[in-house]
Design a protein around this ligand. Sequence first.
Ligand SMILES: CCCCCCCCCCCCC[C@H](O)CC(=O)SCCNC(=O)CCNC(=O)[C@H](O)C(C)(C)COP(=O)(O)OP(=O)(O)OC[C@H]1O[C@@H](n2cnc3c(N)ncnc32)[C@H](O)[C@@H]1OP(=O)(O)O
Length: 719
Amino acid sequence: MAQFSRVSGSVGLITLQNPPVNALSAAVRQGIVDTVNKALQEPEVKSVVICGQNKVFCGGADIKSFRGVMTGPPLIPMIHAIEASTKPVVAAIEGIALGGGLELALACHYRISHTKARLGLPEVTLGLLPAAAGSQRLPRLIGITAALDLITTGRHVTAAEALQLGIVDHVTDQNTVDVALKFASSVAGKPLDARRISLYPCPPSDDTDALFEEAMQRVRRSARGAIAPVACVQAVRAAATLPYAQGLEREKELMATLFTSGQARALQYSFFAQRAVGRWSMPSGAQWDTVEPLPVQKTAVIGLGTMGRGIVVALTQAGFSVVAVETHEKQLTQAKQAIEEMLIRGAKRRGVTPEHDTITYSHSMEPVANVDLVIEAVFEDMVLKEKVFQQLSAVCKPGTLLCTNTSGLDIDHLASKTPNPELVVGMHFFAPAHVMKLLEVVYGRQSSPRAVATAMQLGKKMGKVSVAVGNCLGFVGNRMLKPYMNQAFFLLEEGASPELVDQALEEFGFIMGPFRMSDLSGIDVGWRIRKEEGLAVPDQRTGQIPRMQKGCRYSPVGDLICEQGRFGQKTGQGWYRYDKPGGRVARPDPWMQTFLNQYRATHGLVPRRIDPKEVLERCLYALINEGFQTLEEGIAAAPEDIDVIYVFGYSWPQHRGGPMFYADMVGLEKIMDRLEHYHQAHPDVPSLQPCNLLRKLVAIGSPPIHKWSQVMKTLRSQL
Ligand SMILES: CCCCCCCCCCCCC[C@H](O)CC(=O)SCCNC(=O)CCNC(=O)[C@H](O)C(C)(C)COP(=O)(O)OP(=O)(O)OC[C@H]1O[C@@H](n2cnc3c(N)ncnc32)[C@H](O)[C@@H]1OP(=O)(O)O
């Protein structure tokens, strides 16, 4: 809806009313059309101000409406009618002007913004482009280069930057609507042609062709197969090279392709999934809106290796005081220096002063005594973690929340080592912890809802997308990664090279395939875990690591290359070779080819040609099957939880929604059939056997993803 009122006799004030972000729903658009007509018809009204209710201008088109039948007046004619108005129209921008909201403001003759407002055209992040003439007006207003930057990245700008770029005419820290009303009154009756952006020529650039060629290359490099950024460049190019009306036609044409694309569906699903994970629940029925988090001000981090350092930085940047504990004196000194440097770099990037005076460094546990929450981030070793938890239990004040940053060890076991297991939760950060957006909050059997609520809130304050998950080996993310990695190893045994596997998955959209990723994170990490699990251990009789373990196929290729001291980038050799230890450019290594040939010959494996389709199906469908298994067990509460974890923690391409959304797109029946096919070929790989939930969903006709929860409930109640 939109409300009309007349202020000071001659200014019409139109207020958009659709909380929380005044999205341009059918009712709001109808309201704007009606109130603009009213303002134009009333002779007393000499000028108009458009603002939003509750100090929020407008969050753009109503994204929820994109999946249904579009009703109400179309946006583009409505926006053109505003620009064509014979009475000056002023946008009073508070809070946000995003997407269609900014396009509405660009149709107004003047824009006045509050200092704290944020503006932008984020359509690209939803798989779209600014198709209410935003791709045509913005370049005309601020030039091609700046418009390309904003439209292809979707980034929000502050009011100060918007002023500098020329998007807004004036910024105020006073009441924006009052300032706009006064201004509107002052411009009543003034000529308007010079204020109509659609009449502007696009500012010329030195070499338009080269500029767009370069922009297209840049966008293609970073898009990982996403089509919207490419369409955005094409739309801006139309603004630069065509008259306005033709440019608008091109914008419409490009939008039509994007609007119905699977990528737009995936990105819009991802938008709502990110918000849905905040509405967490536990099997006990406790949930986000019924549980009060514990107050947290003082925190501590135990262990200042790579993860601990990142967590200290993330907590400090979020405004918490931190006691940073590292028992090794030398490591403590190094950590302090590294943390200070990270804070300085971060502050420089954010344009603020570094916050390091809120950190207390210590090599003993004593200063931890009065903190509200501790995050343990010591080496991934259960015995060591048990010891730390026992020390913490002795030192901390009653009620302190004890969190562990383990990436997969048993939370219940750790909790059992403390007198208050209800105060123990997992907070699984991803490296680098101050950069990566994902946080898995892991509740154990005895974790209290308040402990979970507190960890979730802490994550939110640190700017993380936090997902609450149940306790099992590897939780959700790392548990699903295991069958994926296993398939990658098996494919090497059967004839693939690391390059072939990586290339298939990188073309799918991952930033790195499994082998390049493993070289980056250190191949020895998994090797150590497998040794602890008793897997990477030679048989006493044969001297070889068995290729069948506990009745399942096991590939020791990763163990064998670690035995050669090839740990990845840090040693200069891994699945690939690098110029030097720590080098970053991965090159195919002839050594690896020889090693794999010898390995296959030793084990009587006849290599065959493996195509990228098989790589994708085996790696991804095995991972997806494990995802269904975690849903079936209630470890993940909803498919959105898994998808958010994979997009934000494991570089799953966002324009493919996440593994469970992808499964829905591919078709559950196909996924099940292909898994069955591969399981028949590899009966010793149980993770290729479709799980109950997947079978059940197929049996009832493969309902769409938003209906899976119901089936999951029924299935869990039957178990
Ligand atoms: C053959 C077919 C041819 C078809 C051609 C079709 C042509 C159609 C013509 C269309 C013309 C294009 C118009 C325009 O260019 C397109 C757009 O405008 S797309 C929308 C752009 N806007 C955005 O991307 C903003 C999205 N929102 C945000 O970034 C954030 O929500 C925020 C605004 C910064 C606020 O952040 P927070 O304060 O943190 O709050 P939340 O994020 O939690 O949001 C609160 C609540 O609001 C919901 N919401 C937010 N924005 C929208 C929206 N634009 N539409 C609907 N709902 C929105 C959000 O989901 C939260 O609700 P919850 O999910 O928690 O229930």
